[in-house]
Each structure stands twice: as C-alpha cells, then as structure tokens.
Ligand binder design. Structure first.
Ligand code: SF4
Ligand code: SF4
Length: 579
C-alpha cells in the first residue's frame, strides 16, 4: 500500500515498521510531528520528555534494556542532548538507538541556523540523511541495522523541507522487533576513565569500519548516477532533488551516510569526472571533509546562510532562472503575533508600562518582543532567562534586579528553567522571575507537559503544582496573578522587583487552545464613548483594529475571544460585550 506522507509522518512510520519500542522526545519545530505520529501507534511506548537530554537518556536506558529506541529533536535540542550523546557514543548500544535531528536552514522558527552534521563528527557517530519521505521511513530501518551491527547510536538528519514536505511512501507491516537481553556489562556501560579509555579506541575503530561503504550491509548506500564525464556533483538530503532538477546533465553521487564519509567511493567517482563539485546547505561540511582527505573540489560561490532551492543551484552553475510571477517581498508583512486572548499579553503590557528589562526565553511569549508591546529585551536559548537575570543581578549588586525580570513559560521552565531557578535560590539571587503558566507547550503546537495533567496520549497523569514546587525549591516570595488584570500585574511587579530577595510571579490562565471554555462572547467598541486614546491598540491584540478616518478603535468580533483585557485598559467605558 502507498500513502502520501510528510517526512515527519514517514519517520514515525519507520519507527513503527522497524520495531522501535520506545520513543521519548521534546517538541521542537520542525521535528515535533514525528513523535505526535508515533503516539498513534499503540505498539510503541511514546512520551514527551521534559527536555532533549532527558529524552536521550531515556532511550539510552531502553536500548540498554535490549529494545529498539528513538528520540527526535530540533537542531538546538541536540545541544541540550549533547552531554549524553558524547558518552553514549562510547558506551555504544544494545537495542538499536537512533536520534532524529531536524535542522532549520533559513531559521523559519529557530534562534540559530546551526548545522547538526558537526555533531556527528564531534560525537564520532554515523549520520544518515534521507532525501524524501520514502527515505525518511527506509533510513530508520537502515539506521537501526547500522546501530545494532556497529554498536553505535545513529544520527538521522532531517531539515524543514524534508520534515514538512510530502511524497509517496510504500508502507509495510511492522517487523517483529528484535529483543536483546538487557546488558549488565560494567566495562561497556560504566564510563569511568579506565573503561572510557578502552571504549575510545573501539569508537575510532568503529569509524574506520563505517567509512567503508561496502561494510554497511546495504549495497545501495551512497548511490552514483553517472551521466556526464564533465561535471560530477556530490550532494545529500534535500539538495539531491535540487541538483537533479537543476543539473540533469551532471553525474551525481548522493551521500546517504554524511558521516563518516566513504572516501574510497568518492575518490573513484572523482576520477571519472573532469570537475567535482559539492552542493550542500549550510556549512561546507562535506567539502571540507573531502579537501582534508586530499580530494580536489571545484569552488562554488555559495552562501553558508539560508536554504538552497532548484533556482539557487542553477544560479551556482551560471544557469538562468525563471523570473518569479511576483516578488514575494512585495507581499504585506505578516509578523508573528500572540493570539487574540493570549494569556501572556496582559503581563507583557504591564512589563512594558513599567519599562522593565525583560530577559526572555523560548516560546510563544518570545513574541512579546514585537511592537506595540516591545517588552522582551533578550532571548538566547531554552532556560536562559532566569540565569541571565541572575547574572545581571550579581553584576550590578542588585541594582538591575530592581529594574528587570526574567520571563519564562511553563514548558520551558520544566525543560531547563528549573535548574536556573535552583541556582538563583542557592546563590541568594534577588531577581524577579515570571512564570507564564498557560498549561500547554504553545509554540510547537500545543503539546502537553508536566503542568497539564495529561500525557502525549491524553491519559490523565500527575499535574505539577507550581506554587508547591517553588516552595519546595526554597523560593520565599511566590505570587500568583491574573494576567488579564494589568493593574494587578503592575502592582505585583512593583512590589516584587522592589524586594531585595528572589521572587517568583506565576500567571495561571490557560492558552485559549489548551482550554476552549475560556472563550467568551466577543467585545465591541462603542464609537460614541471611544476617545481615540489608542491605549487598547497598544496591547497588540490582533482583534483590535484602528479606523484611520474616524480615529477610533474597533474590534474584529470574529477574532475576539472575550478575554476582557482591552476592557481593563480602556478608561472611557467604550468597550462592551455582546450578548
Ligand atoms: S482604550 Fe477605549 S477609548 Fe482608548 S482607543 Fe481603545 S476603545 Fe477607544
Ligand atoms: S477582549 Fe479585547 S483584548 Fe481580548 S481578545 Fe477581545 S479584543 Fe482582544
């Protein structure tokens, strides 16, 4: 049977067909849907972990116990999982262990554009890169086979275009999953220095074997399509399709294992073509590997920033490109914005009103940086807000702590915020931390987390109570506020930032997608009362618009969720509810 699947659906199908038993992941665009689709297969235990490090450590445990296991994450998530990755490379595996990592060239929803291939080299583990949905599914099988044959975790690299585009996939039944006896081998699994020194040599030996393609157990890996002796192109992943369409006359060596590189095969290919090129997205990873191995590569004037495309590849080789029917830059800008009725908006309004410096974090609330709120001043990575505010506090002997806050969401707090807060408690920080608890992981598409009271499958589970958790962590000043009451937010912010002690303020209103019951009848503006003061428009609610002719606000009632925030800021009794 065949189906049209996205790359992410195909990765999940691969986990099903090739007998994966455990999948543990943290959501991150563009990888999120893999685990969401895995959750639909009852044969696989799946879970959202609190972060990528925990997820990888969980699947390492599953592998040790003798079952096939997989974790999925976005590129920046691999940074969080890097610690166990470096050492599981040494321990090796028992049941097959794969890590699917989805890069985001052009940064459609990421804070950097890092190239995960470097992690394969750093961790000395093999990396496979599929070029479409069929390969996304098939490569899970190959990766598990390589993992078990070579006793290594295997990285499988995706990117936004592979994860989110769709192509035809031939489906098969689920294989009978191999079951290995749980391992109790101290020399293999306890990485004290004496054991790790021995394992390091095994890792180096493993890399040598892996770079010999013929020894991978799959003769078709790294296939060559020979056409012309004039130009030979080495490419991998989605760039294979760009090259094939843009350069139909060229010979192609499609690298399916991008690390370690099979130099012998490439040398043979290079000998058959007059000019050898490497076409790859982001860093010059393959190109530099080839040059270091003494293989001559023709230069290409390619940027290491952003995505490639068929037209970009044509341009690289001096070919003409079709003029676009219109210039996309002429389209009206549609900047991202918090949803109408978002429970974060009121707190950001209060932060902006008090002109506080806000050390922000990763999540929907990052959008508080955009005008008209303009209420976020820094965003670095998951969990950075609290330690950054702590650092500003210590650097200025508390002076900046009186004028700043750290802002973090519930899922991000569980991810890596807890550690930062513990550090502030332990080191007598005096900053003010705001946990915007909307009971969901919003930005990646509303996944449950430890604060929502349900699992990935919707089954009820323990719900973490923030005030109790904070109390147990040693926080003395804990306040809970209603983010839809800006006056209350301003009052509490003033009180807590003034204290020369650590404070945590928790907002406790759910995301409108987490709890639809919070949606109420819409509001409208009574133009007779509206003074045109524009305060309500400064909330940045997409439902509040401005009538230029009449110089009055009006509300798009199809968007309004009835959150009442605008009613609370209007001083002229101009906003009323329908019904
Ligand atoms: S806050 Fe009230 S008075 Fe001011 S523009 Fe909005 S609706 Fe009109
Ligand atoms: S009540 Fe006001 S702030 Fe809330 S969604 Fe409606 S228009 Fe926006």
């Amino acid at each position: 049977m065949k189906e049209v699947l996205s790359g992410n659906e195909a990765f999940a199908r691969g986990a099903y067909e090739y007998g994966v038993k455990v999948v543990s992941s943290y959501p991150g665009t563009p990888s999120t849907e893999i685990t969401e689709h895995v959750a639909q297969y009852d044969e696989i235990y799946s879970e959202w972990a609190t972060n990528e490090k925990v997820a990888l450590e969980t699947v390492i445990g599953a592998s040790l116990a003798g079952r096939r296991a997989m974790t999925c994450m976005k590129h920046v998530g691999l940074n969080v999982a890097a610690d166990p990755l470096m050492t599981v490379s040494y321990t090796g595996v028992n049941g097959g262990l794969i890590i699917v990592v989805a890069d985001d060239p052009n940064m459609f929803s990421s804070q950097n554009e890092q190239d995960s291939r470097h992690y394969a080299r750093l961790a000395k583990v093999p990396m496979l890169e599929p070029a479409d949905s069929q390969e996304a599914k098939d490569f899970i099988g190959i990766a598990l086979e390589v993992s078990e044959k070579y006793c290594t975790p295997v990285l499988v690299r995706s990117c936004t275009r592979i994860s989110h585009s769709k192509s035809v996939v031939a489906l098969k039944a689920r294989n009978t999953p191999p079951i290995f006896e749980p391992e109790n081998d101290i020399k293999k699994w306890v990485m004290v220095p004496a054991n790790a020194r021995v394992r390091h040599k095994i890792v180096e030996n493993r890399l040598d074997k892996l770079s010999d393609c013929a020894d991978t157990g799959r003769l078709t890996i790294n296939p060559v399509e020979f056409r012309s002796e004039e130009i030979g192109i080495i490419c991998a992943g989605v760039t294979y399709h760009y090259v094939k369409e843009a350069m139909p006359e060229a010979s192609i060596l499609k690298l399916e294992m991008v690390y370690p590189i099979c130099f012998e095969k490439i040398k043979r290919f290079a000998e058959k073509v007059k000019k050898l090129y490497v076409v790859e997205e982001l860093d010059r990873f393959i190109e530099n590997e080839l040059k270091a191995a003494g293989i001559e590569v023709e230069p290409l004037n390619r940027s290491v920033c952003g995505e490639l495309s068929v037209d970009e590849v044509r341009k690289l080789f001096g070919k003409s490109v079709r003029e676009p029917a219109f210039d996309p830059r002429q389209l009206p800008a549609r900047p991202p914005n918090m949803c109408p009725g978002c429970s974060h908006r009121g707190m950001f309004y209060a932060i902006a009103k008090l002109k506080l410096f806000a050390a922000g974090d990763i999540g929907c609330y990052t959008l508080g940086l955009l005008p008209p709120l303009s209420a976020i001043n820094s965003t670095v990575c998951m969990g950075a807000s609290i330690p950054m505010a702590h650092g500003m506090d210590k650097a200025t002997d508390g002076a900046l702590a009186r004028k700043s806050v750290a802002v973090i969401g519930d899922s991000t707090f569980f991810h890596t915020g807890i550690n930062g807060l513990l550090n502030s408690v332990y080191n007598a920080g005096t900053s003010t931390v705001i946990i915007l608890d909307n009971s969901i992981t919003g930005m990646t598409g509303h996944q449950p987390n430890p604060g929502t009271g349900c699992t990935i499958k919707g089954a009820p589970t323990q719900k973490i109570n923030f005030p109790k958790l904070l109390e147990a962590m040693g926080v003395k000043n804990i306040r809970t506020v209603n983010p839809f009451d800006p006056d209350e937010c301003i009052k509490v912010l003033k009180e807590e930032t003034a204290k020369e002690e650590l404070s945590v303020i928790v907002t406790d209103k759910p995301c409108i997608f987490a709890d639809r019951s919070v949606i109420k009848p819409p509001f409208y503006v009574d133009v007779n009362n509206c003074s045109g003061c524009t305060i309500c428009t400064r909330l940045g609610c997409p439902a509040i618009l401005w009538n230029k002719e009449e110089k009055r606000a009006f509300i798009d009632e199809t968007l309004c969720t009835g959150c009442e925030l605008c009613v609370k800021v209007c001083r002229f009794n101009a906003i009323h509810q329908r019904g």
